[in-house]
Ligand binder design. Sequence first.
Ligand SMILES: [Zn+2]
Length: 321
Amino acid sequence: MKSAWLLVMGLAAAALSTSARAQDLDYNTIEIKTDQLAPNLYMLSGSAGLDPSHEDAAGGRIGVLVGPDGILMVDAQYAQLTDKVVAAIRRISAAPIRFLVNTHIHRDHTAGNANFARMGAVIFAREELREGMLGAAPLTNGNPAPAGDPARLPVVTYGMGPPVTIHLDGETVDLIPVRAAHTGGDTMIRFEHANAVMIGDFYRNYGYPFIDIANGGSLKGMLEALDATMKIADADTKLVPGHGTLINRTDLIPYRDMIVAIQGSVQQLIAQGKSLPDVLAAKVTAPFDAKVPGGLLPAGAGTSADRFVTEVYQQLKGGGQ
Ligand SMILES: [Zn+2]
């Protein structure tokens, strides 16, 4: 009993320290940078070096499709940045913000949802994402899920069927469901004419991959998502991760190979009967550490390398689902 209680206390202390860290984020100093991806498609990113969870750019990246029919946004950033995001959008277009699509549930992508819904945006997302928002708030990146404002919830939801297609501003936008990868409710958003895909967080080039198992993510799904992305992308397709730099199809190959290699190393150690601490001590990411910026920086309880290896270990021990 006593040890269980100590564990609960320890978890509560860990939750407090991570939420305190999230509050340390000074939203006032964050600026929103705008980059044009195509004639009518833009991406908005937060300042670098201010968000301890995302050193490369504060919060999650936003996509903005503009044109005479109105605006479609991908993801909604931290709620505290909504005014700055709206100001950045208004420098591009005065049209109404009609649609908002969430790539996944994490608060750096959804916490602003309610603000944009109140401006009239209709929110689209996976059923799993909506259910996740309605359920008990799991810790994501050590932070609680967005608070309970009903306006934050997706209005139009979809499952793992064919893509949902939105025809807007002369563009064809496909909301492509991804089987449990970074989370259990991931969506890729493809802009067919712009030849760009906002892929969310199942790929990242700052820190090691993050499989949010508590929110339904899976190792197998992450590999499948990379394969699915390779199928829809050609050599010129701009692939836009939720964080980090823009990539193209060829960048996915070494990333996938790295995941498969680490998976193989962890599997081998499990076969030798090694425990999780043993597997972490074996530093199986060492061959990749020099090539993964931020890979050895803190993420959750340890480094992002430790977090990823722990996730791979848990997935392989649990049958890889
Ligand atoms: Zn995420």
